[in-house]
Design a protein around this ligand. Structure first.
Ligand code: ADP
Ligand code: MG
Length: 376
């Protein structure tokens, strides 16, 4: 959808909100056949070194992000997520490699000329300006006439269901309402790609889940490409069409949340995603989901057989709908500092049918198809 279409939709929205969904769907439909596999963003050998000769913060990454998709960059603190996003935004120079936006090389363009916009956290709103003036601000900087910029800002506030609060200052709005103003402020530059760096991390847990659902809904409704940085695997799983897992400046795995959760490529991804056990076997490491393991009584540390492992119960945690059983390999339990090596999630019913106590010897077993190899 080009800027002209966007403009048409937005003007139309002022008096005819109902048509928006249909119009957006129509525009997307029109675009779909002409660009069947166009990437909104393509990173080619993208590298960032903050100092010459230093270890790269981002190390020659290659990535294609499908147009109109929700992409989450996920990984532990310091792995290079923000650096990657800032390079795409044009807020950080690129050491090597290229950034393409819809096949246009934007690597060296200034931030404002790229077709990207960064949605800053809600606390970055100007406290002394009304919601309306906050949203209109970047158009004011561009020299757009007052009536025109206020009309555009008002229409965007309507779109994020904030039209009735346009005159309020950020301090007079709830956290969720401020977040919507921040979204409208980012959208006013008509970006093709919206960039979000940990946008929910300052919100309390309840609001975070509510705003997460809103972001997802706005992204689908607007049909824009979102690139959202987070260190929370739960947040990424809830939001992403495509998850890109990073570690030490490189991409370790990318795919749908389902693919990554069910087929973590290596031990790092399995542990970072959680919900998996990493088990050493004579032929290498395997991953097995915590809810795909059964426990049965075992007499001693005898041979467990294939697709099984003898273990000692080190911990039993009641979690409501399920019970989490912590386990260790026999012999390891006596260490005072030991923490559970594996965990098994049992339904409350399964646990009550065969209760376990700390110190019990059990046999962990799983179906052959529940295990998969982890590369190093
Ligand atoms: P993330 O967002 O995944 O937590 P960052 O992209 O912020 O990670 O940082 C990646 C690496 O680059 C880290 O080691 C960090 O210390 C370093 N880094 C980030 N910004 C700068 C900077 N402005 N100058 C020097 N080093 C930086
Ligand atoms: Mg960061």
């Amino acid at each position: 959808m080009g800027p002209k279409v966007w403009r048409f939709v937005r003007k139309d929205a002022v008096d005819c909100g109902q048509k928006i969904g249909t119009l957006f769907a129509y525009c997307k439909h029109m675009n779909a056949p002409s660009y069947p596999s166009m990437a909104a963003i393509e990173l080619v050998g993208l590298t960032k070194r903050y100092a010459p000769g230093a270890k790269p913060a981002v190390d020659s990454i290659n990535l294609r992000i499908a147009s109109g998709s929700y992409c989450c960059l996920l990984g532990p603190s310091g792995c290079g997520k923000s650096t990657t996003l800032r390079m795409v935004a044009g807020h950080e120079s690129v050491t090597e490699g290229d950034i393409l936006l819809e096949n246009r090389n934007i690597t060296d363009l200034p931030a404002a000329a790229r077709g990207t916009a960064m949605m800053f956290q809600s606390f970055a709103l100007f406290p002394h300006l009304s919601a309306l003036d906050n949203v209109a601000f970047s158009l004011k900087m561009k020299g757009v006439a007052k009536a025109e910029r206020l009309e555009q800002a008002r229409s965007l506030l309507d779109r994020v269901a904030m039209g009735h609060l346009a005159e309020r200052k950020p301090g007079e709005l709830s956290g969720g309402q401020q977040q919507r103003v921040a979204l409208a402020r980012a959208l006013i530059t008509q970006p093709r790609v919206l960039l979000l760096d940990e946008p929910l991390s300052a919100l309390d847990p309840f609001l975070r889940i509510q705003m997460r659902a809103e972001l997802r809904r706005w992204q689908k409704e607007l049909g824009l490409t979102f690139i959202h940085v987070t260190h929370s695997q739960e947040e990424a799983m809830a939001l992403a069409d495509t998850m890109v897992v990073m570690n030490h400046g490189v991409i370790v795995q990318s795919g749908s949340p389902h693919e990554i959760y069910n087929r973590p490529a290596n031990e790092f991804v399995a542990r970072f995603m959680g919900g998996h056990n990493v088990i050493e076997t004579p032929t290498g490491k395997i991953g097995v989901r915590t809810d795909h393991i059964a426990l049965s009584p075992a007499q001693g540390a005898d041979d467990a057989g294939a697709h099984a492992q003898i273990a000692l119960v080190s911990d039993v945690e009641y979690q409501g709908t399920y019970v989490l059983v912590g386990l260790q390999s026999p012999g390891a339990l006596h260490s005072a500092h030991s923490t559970a090596q594996w965990s098994v999630m049992l339904s409350e019913a399964a646990f009550s049918a065969q209760p376990l106590s700390v110190g019990d010897t059990v046999r962990m077993s799983w179906a052959p198809e529940a295990e998969h190899w982890l590369s190093d």
